[in-house]
Design a protein around this ligand. Structure first.
Ligand SMILES: [Zn+2]
Length: 398
């Protein structure tokens, strides 16, 4: 361990060593931290008591008494997660390793507002928890289709999810589940899930772009999500394009890429051109049928997204750009237009080894991203130490 205060390693830091696999025996912990044997025993004892760590004894291989291995106990608690989309929502209970233990997807119109949606989520968590004691719940992680002031868990968007504007979600959830509640926007959560599930340690600078009803992005820089000062980083959809034709965006500006190249914009423009399209599936059918006008409009949308993305690539120099969302999944020609423009317009160094990849996890990244977000918080050395300090008064749960 490269910690400068190694001799003072706390119980939370010892958990981190065990969880990351850096130290798996008491002797390892002593060696890595410089803690005395009694100090190691004290800290490991606290973790065993909390159910965060379990002991395993491997079969002896070379004779002698085998060392007792310490393992992070993923079954020592659960987190409640919900990935809300504009029309589709998934709710789950995950273990402390972020694996889904029970989950359910359903269609719900989030515009019905927090008074309808939040009780439904909480009822679903109760059902999914089943017989598990409520004291096992260590935290809640949610992704919502709105800009979120992250530190407060406060939704911000004025025109999308209008009924949610200014709602501070955590206290409402904490009335039923008195644990840390983290809320982020849906695209950040997808970026976290895709990064941790597919690219962690290989590509720690990643730009996730969701192209769907709306266009948004989540930025992972140095392995961590970049939220900016308040949580508004990554709003790539509201960067204007050149020669957009003066389209008024729902944010109040003109010619944002979201207003000229999102799924919503594509449907609007196709209808204007006289095509009978209800949804993206209808657009896919026209492309398959070889409709030249539709194909040209899809390519044009890709070109416009590529224009904005090239700028983002120049600023951020990601190792990989991941394209997700149903519109990106549906149209290979849109993706190839994006690639073409990004490679042409990005600087030589920023694009030298840049990969542009489709999302591998799809919507599943939403649930895993929510779990990672809340687990990183509640299992952080600081959070574990704080809960242990409170422990004498409240012995249950982190
Ligand atoms: Zn806009």
């Amino acid at each position: 361990m490269s910690r400068r205060t190694a001799a003072l390693a706390t119980t939370g830091e010892v958990l981190h060593l065990i969880r990351s696999g850096e130290a798996v025996t008491r002797a390892d912990i002593g060696r890595v931290t410089g803690l005395s044997r009694p100090a190691v025993s004290l800290r490991v004892g606290e973790l065993l008591e909390r159910g965060l760590v379990v002991e395993r004894t491997d079969a002896p291989s070379t004779g002698g008494r085998p060392p007792v291995r310490l393992e992070f106990n993923a079954a020592g608690g659960v987190v409640l997660v919900a990935s809300l989309g504009a029309s589709r929502t998934r709710v789950a209970v995950c273990d402390l390793a972020g694996r889904e233990l029970a989950g359910r997807g359903f269609a719900i119109d989030v515009e019905q507002g927090p008074d309808v949606v939040l009780p439904l989520l909480m009822d679903t968590w109760e059902e999914l928890l089943g017989d598990r004691p409520r004291s096992m719940v260590r935290g809640v992680g949610m992704g919502v289709p709105a800009t979120v002031e992250f530190a407060k868990g406060r939704t911000e968007s004025v025109r999308v999810m209008a009924s949610w504007t200014g709602v501070v979600i955590p206290p409402i959830v904490q009335e039923r589940f008195p644990v840390p509640v983290l809320v982020d926007n849906d695209v950040n959560v997808l970026a976290i899930g895709e990064h941790r599930g597919v690219y962690a340690g290989m590509a720690d600078d990643l730009l996730f772009v969701k192209i769907s009803t709306r266009i948004g992005s989540g930025i992972v820089a140095g392995g961590r999500i970049l939220r900016g000062a308040l949580g508004a980083a990554g709003e790539i959809g509201h960067i204007p394009v050149k020669d957009g034709g003066g389209v008024l965006c729902r944010c109040g500006n003109v010619d944002c890429v979201d207003s000229v190249a999102s799924g919503t914009a594509l449907l609007r423009d196709l209808r204007k051109a006289g095509k009978d399209v209800k949804d993206i599936d209808d657009v896919t059918a026209l492309v398959r049928a070889g409709d030249a006008e539709t194909m040209a409009m899809v390519r044009e949308a890709g070109r416009r997204i590529g224009e904005v993305l090239a700028g983002a690539v120049n600023i951020l120099n990601p190792a990989v750009v991941v394209l997700g969302g149903d519109v990106a999944e549906a149209f290979a020609s849109l993706v190839s237009s994006i690639r073409e423009v990004v490679y042409r317009r990005g600087t030589a160094l920023a694009t030298r080894s840049l990969r542009i990849e489709p999302s591998r996890l799809g919507a599943a990244a939403g649930i895993s991203g929510c779990a990672v977000m809340v687990l990183d918080r509640v299992l952080s050395p600081e959070a574990v130490d704080e809960s242990l300090a409170r422990g004498t008064a409240a012995p249950s749960g982190i």
